[in-house]
Design a binder for this molecule. Structure first.
Ligand code: HEM
Length: 399
């Protein structure tokens, strides 16, 4: 294995549109020592068409935080907050310190830090902006298998932080929390992780905590319809959401004690793909298309009727597709003695009704994976396009 250094490798399946990664010109510290390795030096631009952190390669560490505006805070306070947050995100993503810096990220480069901001449904009532609320933020339907904790769901504002270094990510988290000041309070916060770039011999699609290669079927930036599926068009409505996207966030607990008892062959039937290399059970390699109509010698479908990858495939859902860009989480052992671990599932799409909702409706009827997972919290956020030079995120909505 090479050293940790293949920048962005873990997220290769996502490509790097929406802001090509650049290697920061990291100043030498004058000691004549070696330059930062590529992991630390990789910088994701802040001013881009689509906010960073959507089609940016997956990072090794992530924090998801939702805030509620403080009582009495309205549009003016929200605008000032988004201005502060944008200035902080821009500086930190460039590897620069902030005003009252804690020093936690000293010595490290930008490390692919991204900060992505979104607005929840309730934000628009609190700020008197209900007329600007997109219909796409209508509440998600109730799903029969949901076991949602309202305290860890939704929120006026949402921030996603990703970085390839845990201290860089934590540093950004603290800075943004402090920026909130008296204007907003943390509603919930979740911490996640992915594989470290360079941990595998070659760049690979991520694995989740069930051990599966996860992300194979994602729309690819090179696809003809990628932009159309994931982002609101330039001419889209409302105008402030041009080039934005909608994030569906679900904390999905994995019932790992149950899952790990299932023999490998059966685990593979649950998904419809091989665990070792992610290849469909109908044959080929990870990138070979699934043959959903292939029967085995026993007369049964090779990819079972209720396999997760079959039920969620776009061709089974009128073309519904989303970009799944998840972090794993592990919060120790819960009160009932089982791991509190799973997926911080973040799905990006131009319209949740043509992405997450129809697919989850079908999965909710009981795909083979349902017995091993539990949706414990949920959020839906409108994530505006990337700010132009001199602008802050959400300026078109708030000014
Ligand atoms: C595919 C795991 C939840 C939508 C897959 C695959 C795995 C997987 C291993 C096959 C590889 C791939 O194409 O990425 C999981 C796990 C989940 C989960 C462990 C929960 C803990 C969900 C949810 C949705 C979803 C909630 C959406 C409502 C999809 C889609 C595909 C997929 C769209 C790709 C299908 C295709 O294009 O062939 N998932 N998934 N998954 N999953 Fe999930």
């Amino acid at each position: 294995l090479g050293t940790v250094g293949a920048a962005g490798a873990a997220g290769v399946a996502l490509g790097a549109t929406g802001g090509a990664l650049v290697h920061a010109a990291v100043e030498s510290d004058g000691s004549g020592g070696p330059e930062l390795s590529s992991v630390g030096a990789t910088e994701v631009p802040f001013h881009v068409k689509h906010q960073a952190g959507i089609s940016t390669p997956l990072q090794a560490c992530g924090h998801l935080i939702a805030f509620d505006l403080a009582p009495g805070a309205g549009r003016k306070e929200a605008a000032a907050l988004l201005r502060r947050w944008s200035a902080t995100a821009k500086a930190l993503m460039a590897g620069e310190p902030t005003g009252a810096d804690t020093g936690v990220a000293l010595d490290a480069g930008p490390s692919s830090l991204t900060v992505t901001f979104g607005f929840g449904r309730t934000f628009f009532d609190r700020t008197g902006l209900a007329a600007q609320r997109p219909v796409e933020l209508d509440p998600l339907p109730d799903f029969s298998s949901d076991r949602l904790d309202p305290k860890r769901s939704n929120g006026d504002l949402w921030v996603q932080i990703g970085a390839d270094d845990a201290l860089v990510a934590f540093h950004a988290l603290r800075a943004l929390q402090k920026d909130a000041g008296a204007a907003a309070r943390v509603r919930w916060q979740m911490n996640g992780f992915n594989r470290t770039p360079g941990a595998t011999k070659k760049p690979m699609t991520a694995r989740n905590l069930m051990g599966q290669i996860d992300g194979t079927g994602n729309p690819k930036p090179a696809d003809r319809d990628f932009e159309q599926r994931i982002f609101v068009p330039d001419s889209g409505k409302p105008a402030w959401m041009a080039n934005g996207s909608y994030a569906v966030v679900r904390r999905i607990r994995m019932l790992l004690d149950d899952w790990e008892k299932v023999p490998l062959a059966q685990q593979e039937q649950v998904i419809g793909r091989k665990k070792a290399n992610g290849a469909p059970l109908s044959g080929g390699t990870e990138t070979t298309e699934m043959q959903l109509d292939k029967f085995g010698p026993d007369g049964k479908l090779v990819i079972p009727d209720n396999a997760h990858a079959r039920i969620s495939a776009p061709e089974q859902n009128g073309g519904a597709a989303m970009l799944r860009r998840a972090f794993s989480y592990h919060d120790g052992i819960s009160a009932d003695g089982v791991p509190d671990a799973g997926l911080l599932f973040v799905a990006w799409q131009a319209d949740p009704m043509r992405g997450f909702v129809p697919v989850q409706r079908k999965l909710d009827r009981g795909d083979a994976l349902s017995a091993f997972i539990r949706h414990e919290s949920s959020g839906l956020f409108a994530v505006p396009g990337g700010p132009r030079a001199g602008e802050y995120v959400g300026q078109l909505l708030l000014e």
